[in-house]
Write a protein of this length. Structure first.
Length: 207
């Protein structure tokens, strides 16, 4: 037992040190991007993934290597660090390598950020919390699916309204913005569901 506690303490310290240095790592990545060196940014980002795999969860980062869209990798890496720091379990599944997103990348990153933050705010004060992120990718479509526990009884149509917020439950914050962005595309569909205490957001992009 003493050995196990010692190992856990060392792992916690290793994780804390890595998280402390993470901002510096991301600043270095921005240096590549600012200079227009996209190939250098990709190599550096993958080196971060390889280095951090043992520290922040090898399964998550193994799935992350299936994605080659640099901004998406950066968002998912930062979000994983944030969740790990607050002891929120996060799982990532990428069904097939993701090389591009068939919508404006800035719009997709905005949606991804909002949906991840919405899930995070919903579970951060709950014990034994988890967030599941799935990229279901095939020849016909890409679906971004995010699931998290949600015990609220707030009607889904109210959650989708502009300006919705709740001090006791943040679920739904910003979802109106995601819906509005998606409505600008003929090939993009956005939906939310709550079944058996699990809140699910699904953003589907047709090729």
């Amino acid at each position: 037992m003493a050995h196990l506690l010692s190992h856990n303490t060392q792992q916690y310290e290793l994780t804390s040190n890595f998280i402390h240095d993470y901002n510096g790592i991301l600043l270095s990545l921005n240096g590549y991007l600012d200079s227009g060196d996209l190939e250098g940014a990709k190599k550096y980002l993958h080196s971060i993934v390889d280095y951090s795999a043992d520290i922040l969860g090898s399964k998550y980062y193994l799935e992350l290597t299936k994605i080659t869209v640099t901004p998406v990798i950066a968002v998912l890496s930062t979000f994983s660090e944030k969740a790990t720091n607050l002891q929120i379990d996060i799982a990532l599944t990428v069904t097939r390598p993701l090389y591009y997103v068939n919508m404006d990348l800035i719009d997709f990153i905005r949606c991804l950020n909002i949906l991840l933050n919405n899930a995070f705010e919903s579970v951060q004060d709950q014990p034994n919390s988890f967030i599941q992120v799935i990229f279901e990718n095939n020849e016909k479509y890409l679906s971004l699916i995010i699931k998290n526990p949600d015990t609220s009884t707030i009607p889904l149509e109210k959650i989708m309204k502009k300006g919705f917020s709740s001090k006791s439950n943040h679920s739904g914050k910003g979802l109106h913005i995601v819906s509005k962005i998606c409505n600008n595309y003929n090939n993009v569909h956005f939906a939310i569901h709550r079944i058996n205490g699990i809140f699910t957001t699904t953003l589907t992009i047709h090729y």
